[in-house]
Each structure stands twice: as C-alpha cells, then as structure tokens.
Design a protein around this ligand. Sequence first.
Ligand SMILES: NC(=O)c1ccc[n+]([C@@H]2O[C@H](COP(=O)([O-])OP(=O)(O)OC[C@H]3O[C@@H](n4cnc5c(N)ncnc54)[C@H](OP(=O)(O)O)[C@@H]3O)[C@@H](O)[C@H]2O)c1
Length: 172
Amino acid sequence: MIISLVVAASENNAIGLDNALLWKLPNDMKFFKNLTWAMPIIMGRKTFESMGSKPLPGRFNIVISRNPDALPSMENVWPANSLEQALALAQSSDCREAFVIGGGDIYKQCTAMADRIYMTRVHASYPDADTFFPLIDEALFRIENAVEMPADEKHAQSYRFETWQRVDNATP
Ligand SMILES: NC(=O)c1ccc[n+]([C@@H]2O[C@H](COP(=O)([O-])OP(=O)(O)OC[C@H]3O[C@@H](n4cnc5c(N)ncnc54)[C@H](OP(=O)(O)O)[C@@H]3O)[C@@H](O)[C@H]2O)c1
C-alpha cells in the first residue's frame, strides 16, 4: 500500500491557525476530493474536529487519538489509537493507496514513512500561523509533477499542485 500525504501549505509551510485552514481554494478542494474519493483517509483528532467532527463522505475516515473512546461513535468513522493501527485499518480496506490528510502533528510523524506527497503550494506567507508542515527533505523526495494555477475571482492566492515521490531506496 502506498502511503501518501496530502497537504496545502504556504511558502513558509503554514497549514493552519486556530484549528482552521488559512485560505479558501475551491479548486484545491476539488483536487482533494477527486484524489481521495473512495479511499482511506487518515487524520488526527484535531483535524477531524476542524471539519465539524463529521466524516468526509465517500471515504473511509480513520481518526487517530490517544483516547479514541472519547471520539464520537458514528458511521464511517474508524478510531485508531496509534499511527500503526490507523495504517492497519487502511490496509484492511484492500486499497492501493492511503492518504494522510493532516494535521501538523500527524504529518510530522508520517513523513518518514510516506512514499508520496501531494503538496498544494500556496504562493503566500503566513508568519502568524500556528500549525506548519515539516520541511520536505529533498534528499528523500523529488518533484515529479508541478502545475501552476493562477489567482482568479474565486482564488485570492495563486498556487501550484506538486507531486513529490520518494527517491528509490531512500530511507529516512
Ligand atoms: N492545510 C492543510 O492541508 C491542512 C490539512 C489538515 C489540517 N490542517 C490544519 O492543521 C491543524 C490541526 O493540526 P494539529 O497538528 O493541531 O493536530 P492534528 O495532527 O490534526 O491532531 C493531533 C491529535 O492527533 C492525535 N495523535 C497525534 N499523534 C498520535 C499518535 N501517535 N497516536 C495517537 N494519537 C495521536 C492526538 O489526539 P488526542 O489529543 O485526542 O490524543 C493529537 O492531539 C488545523 O489548523 C487544521 O486546519 C491543515
């Protein structure tokens, strides 16, 4: 199973503030939906709460918490008490790829095991953010694909869709 991180980060690697996103980019939302549809998505408890404590439809929502019994019990939410348990749950769905969708704490712990990073690089800087994506180690990952997207009436920031792939045989 391929382990992929999916993230939108600014030029200074900011990803969130006050448990919310920093921008509205509808095209990035569409990209995210298409990429993850019908697949397992793994997230930290705080990211789950930032989505109103509701699962994303059409995906196998796995939520990690050290106290999983405190998570609301609902259809299409699978609690996990560790990253290892989350990955085992994803594997049990027989999928070819599992998507780690944040937030900062979970990304930090998953970078070492990721095969791929889908990075939406937002061309802006947010020095006052409180959550950040770790620096991508360019000795371990290489950009395979990048598509620039301009700002427009629906997107205040320009951004770039990047796909990073782990360099063969690279170990952290
Ligand atoms: N821009 C983006 O692409 C993007 C994507 C996702 C999220 N975000 C943003 O990121 C922020 C949230 O990120 P965050 O770093 O604060 O929190 P987070 O990573 O979403 O969740 C952290 C929580 O996950 C649980 N956890 C972490 N590691 C664990 C482990 N090894 N075993 C068991 N449980 C573990 C703990 O939950 P318990 O405390 O319950 O034990 C921990 O408090 C928000 O601002 C959100 O909007 C941005």
